[in-house]
Design a protein around this ligand. Structure first.
Ligand code: NAD
Length: 439
């Protein structure tokens, strides 16, 4: 299904608003990563063809009457990449730079991520192109509800299940769930709660969902440390982006004795040789919509941030932040991708040449979708699992998948990203070869 896509297809080649940042097309990066993986794995030509594009690209324009009395037209997206393994699954982003090819790339990464983690989900992603920081809470509610209404039955608990991403959170998911439950039959109101995951716990969310992506990243770091006989206690990290993913990763690692030496976001970069307090930093960033003005540490340039000597670098902001220039500058032992698509191919090659491994996004940040699956299951069964249960299950899944990817990389003699893709593609290939292509 593709609505009103022609103009957007043209515009999607130019990531608007990213003038000071890399202008590479994100879907091109996703295509190039896939091409690399196809070289080491046996995937039929027909399956390659199917996986090369999303099944549905939905673009909607919806009006919202704002609290200033004006009516504004918003542009929303939902891309559904593949659903051979289960309902489409993936985040909703509220950001001024959302564009079609970005959603296509992010949706395809969700397909590989769910296949890699052996979850009964496919890949989807969506968003609304606007800056949520410029709107009141009442306006955000109206925008969310009107977007959900405009998506209508293009989402659904057994069809396409959104979750939080950049610029969205549990509150946005609660409004989406509430709106959706009001457009279905009365008798379905309760059963459609799992139309979104990442809800607040009082509205049916899972304990441990908010921290899940960060916690999953920490499990990957722990596994990497074990493999390399590296002692995390007393080590150091730098984090780009201090929202949900960056702050939760930093908080959990700090409890393991890792100090947060440098941080940054769109408002600037800071260093603290003795280490930041990630709890205070996170509270500040939340209250002030960014790190600017934090009373602690010293301001540094973006270049200085990337060349800060540390053990672990976690990009946890937006895509395409790590290009050749940054890859040459980094002084870390490992890059663990919290963000989706933060590293372009050139940067990855440079890092690998320099002996710096990259734990890829589809593995490293998959803890979020794993606990989203747990939330979806709990809603389906009317259960509420306690936090220890969720954490234990997440740890088991993250560590076993990390080990699987690591073994595959050694076996195929490839980097971890290619190995993770290979596992995901082999699973998808197997299902396609059994089910065939209808009719
Ligand atoms: P968020 O909105 O909570 O945080 C985003 C952070 O990035 C903020 O600190 C923001 O200030 C910063 N940022 C924005 N623009 C920036 C720029 N130009 N330069 C530097 N920093 C910038 O979002 P999040 O949920 O933490 O998501 C971060 C990344 O993790 C995204 O790539 C997202 O797709 C990915 N991810 C999120 C989840 C999840 O569960 N939330 C799961 C998997 C992957």
């Amino acid at each position: 299904m593709q609505l009103n896509a022609s103009l957007d297809e043209h515009l999607s080649q130019i990531p608007e608003g990213l003038a000071s940042e890399p202008t590479e097309n994100l879907f091109k990066l996703a295509e190039n990563q896939l091409e690399r993986a196809f070289k080491v794995v046996n995937v039929d030509e027909s399956v390659r063809e199917i996986l090369s594009q999303p099944k549905n690209e939905i673009i909607i324009h919806f009006p919202v009457k704002l609290s200033n009395g004006k009516t504004q037209l918003f542009k929303g997206y939902r891309v559904q990449h593949n659903n051979i393994l289960g309902p489409y699954k993936g985040g909703i982003r509220f950001h001024q730079d959302v564009y079609l090819d970005e959603c296509k790339a992010l949706a395809s990464w969700m397909t590989w991520k769910c296949a890699l983690q052996n979850l009964p989900f496919g890949g989807g992603k969506g968003g609304v192109k606007f800056n949520p920081q410029q709107y009141s809470i009442q306006d955000l509610e109206h925008i969310t509800r009107r977007f959900t209404h405009a998506l209508g039955t293009n989402i659904g608990p057994e069809w396409d299940v959104p979750a939080p991403d950049v610029g969205t959170n549990a509150q946005i998911m609660d409004w989406m769930m509430d709106t959706f439950s009001n457009i279905v039959n009365m008798s379905d109101k309760q059963s459609v709660k799992r139309v979104v995951t990442g809800k607040s716990t009082v509205c049916g969310g899972s304990a441990g969902r908010e921290e899940a992506t960060g916690r999953g990243i920490v499990h990957c770091i722990t596994e990497w440390a074990k493999e390399n006989r590296f002692n995390l206690a007393g080590s150091s990290m730098i984090v780009q982006g201090f929202g949900n993913v960056g702050s939760n990763t930093a908080k959990i690692l700090s409890r393991m004795g890792v100090s947060v030496l440098a941080v940054g976001d769109q408002t600037g970069y800071w260093v603290h040789p003795e280490g930041f307090n990630p709890y205070k930093l996170s509270e500040y960033a939340r209250a002030n919509s960014g790190l600017d003005g934090y009373p602690g540490g010293q301001r540094i340039t973006r270049d200085e941030f990337f060349s800060t000597k540390c053990d672990i670098f976690v990009p946890a902001a937006l895509e395409l932040q790590l290009c050749a220039h940054e890859a040459e500058a980094l002084q870390c032992k490992v890059v663990v991708e919290g963000a989706n698509g933060p590293t372009n191919l050139e940067a990855e090659d440079i890092l690998l040449r320099r002996g710096i491994p990259v734990v890829p996004d589809i593995l490293a940040n998959s803890g979020g979708v794993v606990v989203s699956y747990y939330e979806w299951l709990q809603n389906k069964r009317s259960e509420m699992w306690d936090i220890d249960d969720v954490r234990q299950k997440l740890e088991m899944r993250m560590t076993s998948t990390y080990q699987l990817v690591s073994e595959k990389a050694r076996y195929l003699r490839v980097d971890m990203r290619t190995a993770a893709y290979a596992i995901a593609l082999e699973r998808l290939q197997e299902v396609y070869s059994r089910r065939g292509v209808w009719p």
